[in-house]
Design a protein around this ligand. Structure first.
Ligand code: FE2
Length: 381
């Protein structure tokens, strides 16, 4: 497959960006058992458990653990009772992403600018204060039960949010980090026919632009197909690919997701590393399960034809099942984990970019065939 060119960056010097975004503030999961999930992220992925919020800190109905690794923040939240909306979310979706929160300079203005343009409000601007200062948040909804919280933390120097206290355990020997640096992109799955609706939603309400587009011809295997459009904000700090299933001979991986998640939601979160070989070697050693790629993918001639010369030894990429793709601006290395909960829903991507701004379109076929093998093992193909 020829590399899919990326759209030129919009001229952010002159364009009026009504929603300046500084980065992904945190990704919050609603889970059945935050205490145990925190240990999974710590032991397998090398996240540090930094903060805790629960009854002991004044949060009577829910507990949250704050996990950090370099610029990545993951929040794991569970309810303490059956009637809480968090419990309903977990009962319906299983463990999943509730909130992709965005750091902004002005949460109130972000809320007003987006809702004026048609974004669905979830919560109005709210001030959270303690001895460390004040945080302002506001939230809008996106696909399914997923939301975006705008977080303004310029006047706050505390750990994370009021009510969060440092998590401590005097006997804890924290697993070391694994080189994960920041959130590169977050992908959503929506129902067939809905992709363009959400593309328009991000364009109209948040000023995002369509940086890439994949058709079912780009992304199809013998059995299933999907379409995808990547929405990005002006400085491309935030990239949200949106997938929808396309007609195939059998059930696509997107349909399997939608069935088990009981609706649209976050399919995967991509975490960037500067050294994917050492990161993946370490993640594997700790027990992270990845999609395995057939040996034929690493046929030296075929691979050289497609991606040209790269700095990393192919032997090591093959040993670790790391994929490689090239676009006009450079290349990228990537690998995908198995789902990280019982349902075949959310998973992670580990990505190292060497100039490339795209998403590995040249790997889609090999990748989806690998996913289909797993679907088949679950009896869902
Ligand atoms: Fe991805």
């Amino acid at each position: 497959m020829t590399p899919t060119p990326t759209a030129p960056r919009p001229d952010i010097e002159t364009a009026e960006d009504f929603l300046p975004i500084n980065g992904t503030d945190y990704v919050e999961f609603y889970v059945g058992n935050a205490k145990q999930a925190a240990q999974y992220y710590a032991h397998l992925f090398g996240f540090q458990i930094r903060g805790y919020r629960g009854p002991e800190t004044g949060s009577k109905e829910q507990v949250s653990y704050l996990l950090e690794q370099n610029d990545i923040r993951i929040v794991l939240t569970s309810a303490l009772g059956p009637d809480h909306s968090i419990s309903n979310h977990v009962q319906l979706h299983g463990d999943g992403v509730r909130d992709i929160a965005l750091t902004v300079d002005d949460a109130r203005q972000s809320f007003e600018a987006t809702t004026e343009r048609g974004a669905d409000p979830v919560h109005e601007p709210t001030v959270h204060e303690d001895d460390h200062g004040r945080i302002v948040t506001a939230a809008i909804s996106t696909y399914g039960d997923t939301i975006h919280t705008f977080v303004e933390r310029t006047d706050y120097d505390g750990l994370f949010f009021p009510e969060f206290e440092p998590w401590t355990n005097e006997h804890w020997n924290a697993p070391s980090p694994t080189g994960l640096q920041f959130v590169d992109h977050c992908v959503g799955n929506v129902y067939e026919g809905d992709m363009d609706r959400y593309v328009d939603y991000y364009a109209q309400t948040m000023g995002f632009y369509n940086m890439l587009h994949f058709t079912e011809q780009d992304i199809s295997t013998e059995y299933s197909a999907l379409m995808s459009k990547v929405m990005a904000n002006g400085n491309e700090v935030i990239k949200f690919p949106i997938n929808e299933p396309a007609e195939g001979k059998k059930k696509s991986q997107i349909e399997e997701y939608l069935e088990f998640y009981r609706g649209p939601g976050v399919q995967h979160v991509a975490l960037a590393t500067d050294d994917i070989i050492s990161t993946v070697r370490e993640l594997r050693r700790r027990g992270v399960e990845f999609l395995e790629i057939p040996d034929t993918y690493y046929d030296r001639d075929v691979l050289a034809d497609r991606v040209g010369s790269i700095d990393e030894p192919i032997d090591e990429l093959e040993e670790l099942s790391i994929l490689v793709d090239r676009d006009p601006e450079g290349y990228l290395l990537q690998i995908f984990t198995q789902p990280v909960q019982d349902r075949p829903t959310v998973f992670y991507e580990i990505i190292q970019r060497e100039g490339a701004r795209s998403f590995g379109a040249g790997n889609f076929k090999a990748l989806f065939e690998a996913i289909e093998r797993e679907q088949d093992r679950r009896g869902n193909l």
